[in-house]
Design a protein around this ligand. Sequence first.
Ligand SMILES: Nc1ncnc2c1ncn2[C@@H]1O[C@H](COP(=O)(O)OP(=O)(O)OP(=O)(O)O)[C@@H](O)[C@H]1O
Ligand SMILES: [Mg+2]
Length: 446
Amino acid sequence: MEKRILIIEDEERMCHLLKLVLSKEGYSVKTARDGMEGMILWQMMKPDVVLTDLKMPGADGLEVLDFRNRQFQQVPLIILTAFGTVQSAVTAMKQGAYDYLTKPVDHNQLLDVIARAVADIQNQKGVSHICEPQTGQMIGSSSVMKKVYDDIALIGGIRMSVLITGESGTGKEMVAKAIHGHSGRPGSPFIRVNCAAIPRDLLESELFGHRRGAFTGAVHDREGAFILADGGTLLLDEIGDLPLDLQPKLLHAVEEKSVTPVGAAKARTVDVKIIAATNHNLEEMVENGLFRSDLYYRLNTFHLPLPPLRDRGRDLIEIVEYYLDRFCREQGHRSLTISAEALKLLHGYPWPGNVRELRNVLERVVLSCKNGTITTEMLPEKIRCRTPTKKGAAPPSFNLPSQEKQLIVAVLEQHDWNQSESARKLGISRNTLRYRMKKYDICRMQ
Ligand SMILES: Nc1ncnc2c1ncn2[C@@H]1O[C@H](COP(=O)(O)OP(=O)(O)OP(=O)(O)O)[C@@H](O)[C@H]1O
Ligand SMILES: [Mg+2]
């Protein structure tokens, strides 16, 4: 059955965009422009999940949360928050909100958090919040993944910084949460900062906090992520996108275990486990002068590389089984089987987007499968139309770097070589785009 989502957001563009992204995924979406309208609509449509902005004219997000706590405790409520108001989102989570998303909202993250919320209702596990992050269920019993699970258990108990690397969608965030789950500090905070999604000027204050009057617009004191994560874990996600000029301050905070908020005179000691994650090759970035070597070595005290899905052997079948079963339950489908040919095609595909891409494909296939078996025709063209590779041989026609280069050049051309627009289109930061252009030696031919 289609899951119903209610979005309460006063900014028209944001509201429209969120609706578009969620509708495309097959959710049934209704929108309200302020808290009061939201609460009325809530009563009428009985949504499965609600997304609400915090700051709105009239009844705000906290009032909506209060309404949910009184009448609809089983419905996960996700807070949308602007940079600079993350602290209020954390407060909201302590009062029962499910999770929060920072604007501008990352589409993958949005879909992930909604899928998680929907799965939680389905499994009747109740709601989780930021202080008790779900470690999630990592599927796969290949020897390479068993080594990852051993590392998670080992490193969880040690207060040592960890660097998780791996291609996009390999489960870096999931692993970070699992490490936190093994930290032996139940109820301690898990805070994630996405260094690629936050503009440079805001990132410093997001990480370290600021004092009132430290800069124009700093009307209140604000705690940064280090302080919010005190006693728990801080995930510095997409660390490869951290601007060079912020790196010394981060190094100091990690080494000294103390932070000085922008505009403050005194430093504050913090006890935080640092996990950094990236899909960039940091070593190469260090060589190219794009990442400081001292910070790299400090973060890399323990390196946890995640293998791409195509190197995990039988895990693919286990993941297919797990997600087919889960999506069938979520979508109210009777159980489905998958034909041997279709499974073979899934095996032969190189999965550049790894587990996330596989999960998304399966979700769509379950939606469109009308009989009891998934056959090859139901798979997306990119998977169907690949020539099968010989067992054990590297896929001959697939070369990720060259495809990436072609894609970047095509998008730059499309946008008349405007780097900001192209980066936005590609879903990466301008710094990352510049780094890739340098790496692949891309420049505009006159
Ligand atoms: N081993 C696994 N078993 C089941 N699901 C997984 C596994 N690994 C990843 N996933 C799912 O794949 C999606 C992507 O995972 P996650 O966000 O942790 O990846 P990531 O490496 O951080 O991706 P990105 O590089 O794009 O940030 C999530 O929906 C997660 O639930
Ligand atoms: Mg990630």
